[in-house]
Each structure stands twice: as C-alpha cells, then as structure tokens.
Write a protein that binds this ligand. Structure first.
Ligand code: ACM
Ligand code: ZN
Length: 488
C-alpha cells in the first residue's frame, strides 16, 4: 500500500513513518488487560466487518510475534488521560496510554489507518510501520443534538455516537426539551411527553430505560452524555401540558414560551425534574438552557411582580437571573456542575457555572466575555459550528442562517482572539450544534458530514497542525469510507 493514503482525522500531534509493514491476518492476536476488554472487543468487531479478518485474544502461552498489544502505562503526576502512543512495527502493534480513554483513541487511529489500507486477496492487510504520539488540544470536544424539533430514534443516535467516537469527540449534549416537544418520558411527570397536535413536528419520546441505554453505549465509546433541561424559555410544549405554570391571566390555550417565574410551583417542578434526570445521567454536568426567553409576560404577571418586590429585584432580567441562579445552586448541591447558554451574561453568572457561548450578546463574543469574567466556557459560536446552517446551496434555511461550508468550520478557532494566556485556559473547547427545525432524522448525517471531520480536527489537533488543503485530501478518503458504511 501507498503510505500517502494514511489519513488520520483529527491529525495526530506527532507521526513518523518507519521501515516496513505489519501484516494483519487471521493469525494476529490482541493482547490486553481485562479492563480494556470493551475496547478490544469493539476493535475485533470492526476488523471482522471491515476486513473479514477474525483475530482472537492472545493466550499467554502463544509466541510474541504478530500481536496487537494494548497497554496501560504508569500514570503518575499530571497526565492527559486521553493521550496515547501508537507504534506499528513489523512484528507487533503497540498502543500505550495512561488511561482507557487514550487506549480507545489509539484504537480509533489504528482503525483509520486500517481503513485507508486496502485488504489483499490473501485476507491480509499490510499496515505501514510508524510511530504516533498524540493528545488533544481541548478537553471539551462536544456535539449537541436537538431531539426536540425532530425526533431521532435510538438506532440513529447510536450511529451518530459511533461517528463521534471515531473522530474522538467526547461529549454528547442532548437537547431533548424545547418549544416543539418534551421528549423525556419522566416517571414523575409522564404526561409531559404526550403530544398535542399543532405543537410537535412528530411523535416520539425517550423512556428512562432508553436514555440509560444511550448513556451506557456512549460511555463504552468514551463519550459523556449530558442532558439539557431548557428553561425558562423555549418551553411551549411543557406549558401546553402544564398551563398552571404560565403567568397569571394567560388562558390555557394561549401560546406561551416562558414559565412564570413568580409561582413557587415553577421552581418546585424544575427541581423535581433535575433530581430525576440526575439519576439517569451520571455525567457531572446538567445544562439548564437559559437562552432566548422573552420577559413580556413577567412584566405584567401579578406573581412575577410580587416575587420581584419580595426579593428586591428591580427588573425582569434580575428575576430571570435569580431563578437561574437558584436552579444552578440546586444542580451544584447534587455535586454536579451547571452549564447555561450565555444569554444575559452581563447580569452575572452563578458561581461555578460553565458558560456556553453561541452568539454576540453583551457587545461581543459570549465566550470571550465569559472568560474575561473568569468563567469556564464552551465556545459554540454559531458562525463557526452551527451544523443546522446550510453547507450547500440547495439546502433549506431560515433567513438568519449564514452558509457554513466546511472551510468555515475548519477556520473556526474555539479560543476567541484577545484573551490573556490565563483566560485562554478557561476556554474548555467547543461543541458543534445540530438544531433540527429543518432537519428530520433522514437528513441528520447529511448535516453532520463532512463538517464533523473539520470540527473534530479543530478541537483535537494543535493549531500548528491545521492545514485545510491537507485536511481536504484526508477527508475525501474518509467520506468514501462513510458512504460505504451506510451513512448518508
Ligand atoms: C441558541 O441557539 N438559542 C442557543
Ligand atoms: Zn409570572
């Protein structure tokens, strides 16, 4: 095979080709510590499917040649749990890492090398000898999936998780509550996932069991799934089912997007939902939404006005801030970290909250402003990473969407310009966001590919490694592979 075909995305930190080939065949064996069995078995399944080669576990009595060795290295001091080393020699392949996550990423890299090497008629794949040392630039390499506007079934979500894992994405932010539907079949409030015509785009919800299944499936691929409970806006679906949480004087039939913040029942309801969701998602994070809430009803509602007077809040913006702060403190009281969209940053952010920037509110990039204020931030700036925006001219779009071809994603730097080195450290990374108003399930992968590859590279690879021309060559090979594997 031709070494120039090696196409690894995201580009590794260091790669050096050495002499010779490792011949992968049915006599090859995997040797691993039992704690790495999940990854080893995934790799075995991949090999069987991609190359037809069945490799088994190495018994300790067998010889030392023709092995793929997965090895945890000693992990003292300040280690990066996602780093790994991959070495291919003529007699063995070594993947070494301080933690299981790094082993998993080493395997993804090896899988990509195998995919770029055609199998020979003799059921053997010749892998070029090389040495790779790799580690991510950012700890937060996320993907946000909106399952409210359009529903995705569990099989589609798992297929998405497979793709995310293959590109070393490590967070799935699951947005399953919004104005159009509430898709969490809460055991405490099962009726919220009922559907009333005129609200939902289509039926569908996730049971507790299904959510746990997604969490487990993702965990086996080193992806943390964390939930978003959208509040106090984008809440039309919930308020259609629970009109008693609307502001005073609003009829049950009126379309309302915001909860009443003056009613004690609103906070009680949200605390119950937070408590329940925390039992389903072991992730250390809960996202509380917080974006795009209108204060129109709060201004005239007698409950909201009474709450403002009682708590000395001068305006509705402070009423919202006070409510969001209470919810954040509730999340923190469960030893979890709250995250919220950056809207209304200028009013103050609850201590310890992670700010997800997406826009230019408050006179500038929100993640920039959050970092300047000393808060950790995820930079999902819409002009860089909103995957609902069209990548091709023939796609449906709303008038406020810009075109977002792959070049623009590749050119996006999650670290906003102008931060000090200390402030830059507060930028945890980025999340690509797939809002689905215009994206039914069958279009999900058309939106995701090929931009996910560019996104994966900007959140993993060192800035000095980024080169769009080189990336384009590698991504063309990957796209061919993905089309063959049944992704659209
Ligand atoms: C958002 O796009 N409203 C977070
Ligand atoms: Zn109210």
């Amino acid at each position: 095979m031709n070494n120039t075909n090696i196409s690894i995305i995201p580009a590794p930190k260091k790669m050096r080709l050495t002499k010779g080939f490792f011949a992968l065949d049915s006599n090859s064996r995997i040797r691993n510590n039992r704690v790495l069995d999940t990854s080893a078995n995934q790799f075995r399944k991949f090999l069987k499917e991609m190359t037809g080669i069945a490799v088994s576990r190495k018994s300790s009595s067998a010889g030392i040649g023709n092995i793929i060795k997965l090895e945890l290295s000693s992990s003292d001091g300040d280690i990066n749990r996602e780093s790994y080393e991959l070495k291919i020699t003529p007699s063995a392949i070594f993947i070494k890492a301080p933690a299981a996550a790094g082993i998993f990423y080493g395997i993804q890299t090896l899988m990509q090398i195998i995919m770029s090497c055609p199998a020979s008629a003799a059921s053997c794949v010749n892998l070029p000898c090389l040495e790779i040392e790799d580690a991510p630039r950012f700890e937060w390499r996320g993907f946000m999936l909106d399952s409210s506007r359009h529903f995705q079934d569990i099989a589609t979500i798992k297929k998405l998780i497979d793709a995310l894992a293959f590109y070393k994405i490590n967070r799935l932010h699951w947005h399953f509550i919004d104005g159009q539907s509430w898709r969490f079949k809460s055991e405490k409030y099962p009726g919220l996932a009922d559907f009333i015509s005129g609200i939902s785009t289509e039926k569908g919800c996730y049971t507790v069991k299904q959510m746990r299944d997604v969490v487990q499936y993702a965990a086996e691929r080193h992806i943390v799934v964390y939930p978003e409970l959208e509040m106090p806006g984008h809440s039309r679906a919930a308020l259609t089912i629970k009109p008693q949480l609307k502001c005073h004087g609003i009829s049950d039939n009126a379309v309302v997007n915001e909860y009443c913040l003056g009613r004690a029942a609103t906070a009680k309801f949200h605390k119950e939902i937070i408590r329940e969701i925390a039992t389903i998602f072991p992730a250390p994070y809960i996202h509380l939404g917080g974006d795009e809430a209108s204060d129109a009803n709060w201004k005239s509602c007698k409950y909201c006005k009474a709450a403002m007077i009682k708590n000395g809040l001068e305006n509705t913006a402070l009423l919202q801030k006070d409510f969001m702060k209470k919810m954040a403190e509730y999340v923190h009281s469960m030893d979890k970290i709250s995250i919220a969209w950056a809207d209304k940053l200028a009013l103050g952010i609850p201590a310890g909250q992670i700010v997800q920037g997406w826009s230019d509110n408050d006179n500038g990039n929100e993640s920039y402003n959050a970092a300047v204020k000393g808060f950790k931030t995820i930079n999902s700036y819409h002009r860089g990473v909103y995957f609902d925006y069209p990548q091709n001219a023939d796609e449906d779009k709303y008038q406020w969407m810009i075109d977002l071809p792959i070049e623009k994603v590749y050119a996006f730097d999650p670290v906003p310009a102008g931060l000090s080195p200390e402030q830059e450290k507060l930028v945890l990374g980025s999340e690509a966001c797939l809002w689905t108003e215009l994206v039914p399930q069958e279009k999900v992968f058309r939106k995701v590919f090929p931009r996910l590859l560019a996104f994966a590279e900007i959140v993993w690879s060192e800035k000095s490694k980024l080169n769009f021309e080189d990336f384009s060559k590698r991504s063309a090979i990957h796209c061919g592979i993905f089309t063959k594997s049944g992704y659209n």
